[in-house]
Design a protein around this ligand. Sequence first.
Ligand code: SF4
Length: 120
Amino acid sequence: MECCYEKKLVCVSCPMGCRLTVTVCGDNINVSGNTCKRGEVYGKNEVTDPRRMICSTARIKGGVHPVVPVKTDKPIPEKLKFKCMDVINSLDLKSPVVAGDVVAANILDTDVNIVVTRNM
Ligand code: SF4
């Protein structure tokens, strides 16, 4: 017997914020409420492989502030978000850095990098 469930989501792929209903029945995933294809992709990913962008700050020495903003350059699997924060919190950067600099590459073997988002 197939186990079916329904999930209500808000698509965050653009500012319209369409309200999605994702129905999962075994391998069959149906998305409704989306205005475009991106919403369907988002809804399917949310029930199969949810990912998140992580934005935070990292310690830096020699800058005008003690921390510098950083982010992942791609969404990371949601289940790894706390380990990603551990990586960011372990960084000890030195000024100067330039926006876009990779300060941690291929974290947690995910092919996701941590990049600085401002010059300092
Ligand atoms: S479904 Fe399409 S139009 Fe609606 S929020 Fe998502 S990306 Fe935007």
